[in-house]
Write a protein that binds this ligand. Structure first.
Ligand code: MSP
Length: 673
């Protein structure tokens, strides 16, 4: 088998690690641990993307030099990955000399082959995603389609990469490498993007200094994505000539298999620009780019303005690192978007982990082996075999094989499904064979066999969960009396035969592997994490309940005035000009906690300004692009010195405030009835 090299994106240092970045890093760690367990030479790289305008600006806002700032931020990343037991082999920072030198070499190689030329760039740039945009890519109001924030006009001298010359070459490369991008749906998106034709790419900037100098022209710094993508290679000592950098020789294709784990947001950079740069330099591209989905938290997008970035530390504190790793890999199909839900985590902890695996260990090891078998692994007794044994063994071999196949295909969720199929089969086997009854009846030969079967099943599960839950796997092995650590020494340790557990091994039962969280503990944990549901309170609605004249008379004192009918005439209703409006731009009103200033297209032929007191419930960018319902003919009103021409309708209860939106794509200005 080829050596295996897995990488995470290198993270921008402007944010601390959160559950999204943790997800990528844990996934890469699971893969690295799995391949190492298979006896493959394995290397796992993560690191930090430290250059570029975004970082320079954040550092400046903190009154620090960019280098001081990135030095300060590197610590928390390392600490978090350690806390999450992400055991990388190398941690690269793009400000390190070893990286700068190699990025410059890659540049020179491409330049020497003629695909870099000097020109001038004039277009738009989003600092948030460090990406160039043309007018047609932008949302109304010149907003970045990713960040929904205004882009900046850039006009400066720039080196360009001749990306346009790679349209056909990339398509041919994709054709010849059908597994280059995964999942395949995303590969199709990449191909359609390339088929539309590629424009040359601006590859350097002159208006700021925080980057790697272009080798032949240090007035320019390299485009931060060129710099960043090179990390995957520079960390191995490449590009280099054969014999110069042993890691590069061993792990980079064609000798090694390289898998880049990335979020879907940065697929284009990895699947289009990166292979194009490499083809231009005459270097083989990586073997595979795996784009996973995007995580929301309890149904909400994580964003700085909402301040709801979920940090992994409190979760580890509440549930333990392995439970968090298990949950992330089990609950979210790799490649698809998913939602982090504290409640689902608790359900999986109590269900699959405590009731499933923990219980299987406990009911046999503690209840039977200690009480009836002197704490030792019994010898199997094939003479007592029944169909149940055949079924369990077949399930074990089938599940081991399929879990491995899924991990080979980078489908951790399915691998865990397969492993838990075996846990289920083990529990069913115990239910059916009733070892406690065998003990009671003194059927020791059959009892020994049954217990052996279960302990062997647990041994196999213990190996397979190692990449996902290294600590719990070690604990499980320890309780079975085995060396808690698996020493591969280049051997494939994935279980493939049933019966490897040595009889007579002295077991060492310990604490419950996965203690259950009862209702109170769950509530307490959720409350500590700030996500507990408030105790039920009676509904408080703002709108007055509609009553008929008759019931009103019975239940309410008569109104003072004579025209107190709860009804309005249809004509009254038609006086209200309710319309669909599309939000073009939105920002907070300075010095106001509550007000947002919206610019909407309400079909008037020109944008209309509306002020709305919803700033505590919505981040401005959440509203851009939404179709809302407005009252268009309210008398204009001044608030904080700004005029509002209408009102956005919303509904609120104690859980929050929600703006009314229209589900379909209706023309702005359409009436609402
Ligand atoms: N620095 C670039 C990557 C350069 S790689 C040569 C970058 N950094 S980032 O800090 O913004 O991290 C992006 C990656 O973090 C995403 O691609 C994804 O892997 C991970 N995630 C960040 N937020 C996420 C979610 N909400 N959900 C899942 N993963 C997310 O882009």
């Amino acid at each position: 088998m080829k050596p295996f090299y897995v990488t995470t994106p290198i993270y921008y240092v402007n944010d601390r690690p959160h559950i999204g970045t943790s997800y990528s890093t844990i996934a890469a760690d699971v893969l690295a641990r799995y391949h190492a367990l298979r006896g493959q030479q394995t290397r796992f790289l993560t690191g930090l993307d430290e250059h570029g305008l975004k970082i320079a600006r954040v550092a400046e806002s903190k009154g620090m030099s960019p280098q001081q700032f990135t030095d300060e931020m590197a610590g928390p990343f390392r600490d978090t990955w350690q806390l999450l037991h992400c055991q990388y082999d190398d941690f690269i920072r793009t400000t390190e000399p070893r990286h700068k030198v190699r990025a410059q070499m890659l540049w020179q190689r491409i330049a020497a082959r003629g695909d870099i030329y000097l020109g001038a760039y004039e277009d738009w740039y989003c600092v948030g995603c460090e990406t160039f945009y043309t007018e047609k890519d932008l949302l109304p109001g010149n907003l970045c389609p990713q960040h929904l924030k205004p882009v900046e006009r850039v006009k400066e001298s720039s080196y360009f990469f001749r990306l346009s010359a790679y349209t056909d070459k990339l398509l041919a490369y994709y054709e010849a490498h059908p597994d280059f991008v995964k999942p395949s749906g995303r590969f199709n998106e990449v191909k359609s993007f390339v088929r539309e034709g590629l424009r040359d790419l601006s590859l350097s900037r002159t208006s700021f200094r925080w980057g790697i100098p272009v080798p032949s022209d240090p007035e320019h710094v390299m485009y931060v994505w060129f710099d960043a993508l090179t990390n995957y290679m520079s960390a191995l000592g490449g590009p280099s000539e054969p014999g110069e950098a042993p890691l590069y020789d061993r792990f980079w294709p064609p000798h090694g298999d390289v898998v880049h784990i990335v979020g879907k947001d940065i697929l284009r950079f990895h699947a289009v620009y990166w292979p194009a740069f490499l083809l231009a330099a005459g270097i083989e591209p990586p073997s595979q780019i795996w784009a996973h989905g995007w995580l929301t938290v309890n149904g909400q997008k994580m964003s700085k303005s909402l301040g709801n970035f979920l940090a992994p530390e409190p979760l580890v504190d509440a549930f333990g690192v392995d439970v968090l790793r298990y949950y992330l890999m089990r609950d979210i199909a790799f490649g698809q978007d998913g939602d982090f839900s504290h409640e689902n985590l608790l359900a999986r902890l109590n269900g699959e982990l405590a009731n499933g695996l923990g219980n299987l260990l406990n009911r046999v090891l503690v209840s039977i082996v200690q009480k009836n078998l002197g704490g030792r692994v019994p010898a199997p007794n094939p003479s007592t075999r029944t169909a149940e044994d055949d079924e369990l063994e077949a399930a074990a071999l089938r599940c081991c094989k399929s879990a491995a196949e899924h991990l080979d295909q980078v489908a951790p969720q399915r691998a865990l499904e397969a492993i838990w199929e075996l846990v289920g089969a083990g529990n069913r086997y115990v239910d059916r064979t009733e070892p406690w009854a065998l003990a009671k009846r003194g059927e020791s030969a059959r009892l020994g066999h049954v217990v052996y079967q279960v302990l062997e099943t647990l041994r196999m599960v213990g190996v397979m969960i190692t990449p996902f839950m290294p600590l719990k796997a070690a604990e499980l092995r320890q309780q079975l009396g085995l060396d808690p650590l698996l020493h591969t020494q280049g051997l494939d340790l994935w279980p493939s035969v049933f019966g490897a557990l040595a009889p007579d091994t002295q077991t060492r039962p310990g604490a419950a592997l996965f203690p259950r969280f009862d209702k109170d503990q769950s509530q307490a944990a959720l409350q500590k994490l700030g996500v507990a549901k408030a105790p039920e309170t009676p509904q408080k609605t703002k709108a007055r309940p509609m009553t008929t004249e008759a019931t009103r008379k019975e239940t309410e004192p008569a109104a003072q005035s004579g025209d107190a009918s709860p009804f309005i005439e249809f004509d009254d209703f038609t006086k209200v000009d309710l319309r669909v409006a599309r939000v073009l731009a939105c920002e907070k009103v300075p010095k106001s906690e509550k007000l947002l200033k919206l610019s909407v297209d309400a079909g008037d032929g020109a944008p209309r300004q509306i002020l709305s007191g919803i700033a505590q419930h919505y981040a401005p960018e959440q509203l851009v692009g939404k179709q809302v319902v407005i009252v268009a003919n309210l008398k204009p009103r001044k608030m904080m010195g700004l005029e509002s021409h209408g009102m956005v309708l919303s509904a609120s209860d104690e859980t929050g405030l929600f703006v009314t939106t229209i589900a379909g794509d209706v023309k702005p200005g359409s009436g609402v009835k």
